[in-house]
Design a binder for this molecule. Structure first.
Ligand SMILES: [Zn+2]
Length: 65
């Protein structure tokens, strides 16, 4: 399973880049995969489906390494 603190993509097992965002007073975390560009979102540690709202946020999220 690897390092407990390392988040890896369930799809391709690459490292995920985690980006924290504050949206509408809620802490959102976007995890972007380096390998396959899969993105997942979590709010307060719970994975959520933000596909509908993605367009609003990705402009600000960008890519970080
Ligand atoms: Zn991946």
């Amino acid at each position: 399973m690897g390092h407990p603190n390392a988040k890896t993509c369930r799809n391709c097992n690459s490292d995920l880049v985690s980006i924290g965002l504050l949206v509408d007073g809620s802490d959102l975390e976007m995890m972007s995969c380096d390998g396959c560009d899969l993105r997942s979102w979590r709010r307060a540690g719970i994975e959520i489906d933000l596909s509908d709202a993605l367009g609003e946020f990705e402009v600000h999220a960008g890519r970080q390494r």
